[in-house]
Ligand binder design. Sequence first.
Ligand code: KG4
Ligand code: ZN
Length: 363
Amino acid sequence: MQATLTFLGIESSCDDSAAAVVRVGARAEILSSVVEGQVALHADFGGVVPEIAARAHAERLDHCVERALAEAGVRLGDLDGIAVTAGPGLIGGVLSGVMLAKGLAAGSGLPLVGVNHLAGHALTPRLTDGMAFPYLMLLVSGGHCQFLIASGPDQFQRIGGTIDDAPGEAFDKTAKLLGLAQPGGPLVEREAALGNPKRFALPRPLLDRPGCDMSFSGLKTAILRARDSLISVQGGLTVQDRRDLCAGFQRAVTDVLTEKTRRALAVYLEVSPPIPAFAVAGGVAANSAIRAGLEGVCAAHSVRFSAPPLRLCTDNAAMIAFAGIERFRISGQDDMTLSARPRWPLDQTAAPLLGSGKKGAKA
Ligand code: KG4
Ligand code: ZN
């Protein structure tokens, strides 16, 4: 029986300042999870501005930590450690978090654990569902898109990923092309529900090639062309045109993700997992058409399907606190030389992917 551990987690790798307290004993418990988003700060710029994000993290993180401790009803002295995202991500933001965590660790004498942000996402099914290793994971958000076989808290094999845009990025760009607000995913989904997905012939990039790699930038270009040809013929877009373009786009992304998931499952099932399981995480996992497609593939292969609740799919610090506890148990703590890393692939042996995503180089 392992000792119960309570950790503070700190996250600041992109545009969410977050702090959380997680306790892991016989089961994992989120005592608090505070997330202060920055959507309004970046709204005028059409994307996350790294300098603005870093400044906002520096201003808000200590407040997030105070709130997380108060909401959990604990003081620093009740904790067993401090986990912080040490990369990958926008370097100014990651630095803000690492500096704060170092200060807190130095002041309190608590162990400091640097966590890979992607490991935080990839270990979330263990926090929410107690999922046993090895499981197959699809991380799919505005900055990430990869298939990972998770075999241990620091053992991840990447078996495919996007070679250009992440799907959330493609949703956001499509929204922008069609005059919808940011972040675009939920709005494109809403329009798609009222549209005809078959009206426009859109590509399914890389489905004709073997393997689990994906590409989404061509899809966005196809939407641009379809939009421009409608504008040149009609002088603008009707409400129904927009709905049909959204529906076609969403169907194409769903087709690519489900087919690539089928292939990734075939690779994963070769390792003969005792309890085959698949988990999806990241903001795009909120899309019900995509979720249903992935669930269907899993059902067809008798593989358990899990999708963490949305607040734990998107960036948060509970996943960082939990991943910190898992890492601390197998490899102990970091020292004050812990540094912030803009790039930090989870699978150090896999060849680098070409894409970097709108929110900066990830892996
Ligand atoms: O995981 P996340 O909060 O942040 C990172 O990118 O790391 O994901 C945000 C992304 C955005 O691109 C957003 O448009 C997309 O997830 N998203 C969706 C939906 N909700 C959020 N994409 C498609 N359908 C949705 N319902
Ligand atoms: Zn993330």
